[in-house]
Write a new protein. Sequence first.
Length: 383
Amino acid sequence: MQDSNIIKKWFIGFHNALAITMLALSLANFAGCQMTAPMHTWKASQVSKAGRVRIAVAPIGGNSDAAQRLQNTLKLAQPQPNPLVAALHPTELEQVGGIQLVSYDNQPNDMATLSAARRAGMDYILQGYVLADDLDIPPPDPRNKSRFRIFKPKEKVESLSVHWVVIDVNSGLKVKEETLNMDRLQAEKQFPDLTIHTPGGDGRVLMASARQSWTLVAPTNEPVNAVLDLPWFMQGSTQIRKGNGYARLGRWDLAEIEWQEAASLHPWNTAGWTNLSLAAVAKEDFPLARDRLKHANTFLPGDSTFPTLSWIEKRQRDHHQALNLAPPESGWTIADASKSKLPEEVPASPPRDLKETPWWTAIPFLPPPGWTWKQWWTQPIVL
């Protein structure tokens, strides 16, 4: 009798393992994987103010050489074109305000900057101080590149640490204060375009640091990673993957052509519709993005498009806030999209206990109503 129970338990366990393996392979064939592609979307400033923002850029303090180089780069990195941002840099601020902003020891005069900003009718002062810098690093010694060395010295990278303060001109009070640290590796990862357009590690660090500083006070067009669907074994998947390749190069226009043709010929391949919704976001057409995403949730049961919808709405909220636009007429779909996590981390509606699910909803190989595939398969198996 005992042997019979052992055999029965083993058979049930083997059956469940086999069913899970087969279903996982089936889902992988249909759903595919994911990959990311870069796009630029509007991001609201960290200092909230509706309408046009007028910014007085104060002289940067600290190490004179690094501070001056950052000051020059800050002007080059100013968000352009941006009708919502007006900025006066130190030389222009001195001319308008008629006050010298730097004291005899080449350090910024805070009171003079505030007075000049008030005379010029500015809203905020962006004031920086270089805490530490390591920008002038000599090229590596060729002798250290031997592949036979066991202990290779760690490569030094250019770095810069700046403390930024945002001051409200009317009240004279600090409204934002943050220290931003940047090194060459981080700069190249966060702003890939710098590896092409900005020579030298020190130049990339300075430009990346300047771009970061503008996000404190001005709406900026920032790079983000969009999560693309990557199908494999469905009709049209080859063409969708071809479009994914264009998107990864930033050519969303060419990617959209491939995805649109694949979705028209094979509408059941939901990856095409999901990626088409992201292509609409790339050209800031959010109503079109939402409309396309509706087509991506018809093949498999469950709200499988919720993470993508949450990501799209977060981008749309940032877009409206950055450009001072009214909410859409249809309203927001997700109440708290501004605080949503990344797409792969966004949970759908809280799952219910499987034991409470009515017997008639227990369809083989399908999640119960209101459950996503991920929620269903991460629960303990109930026999």
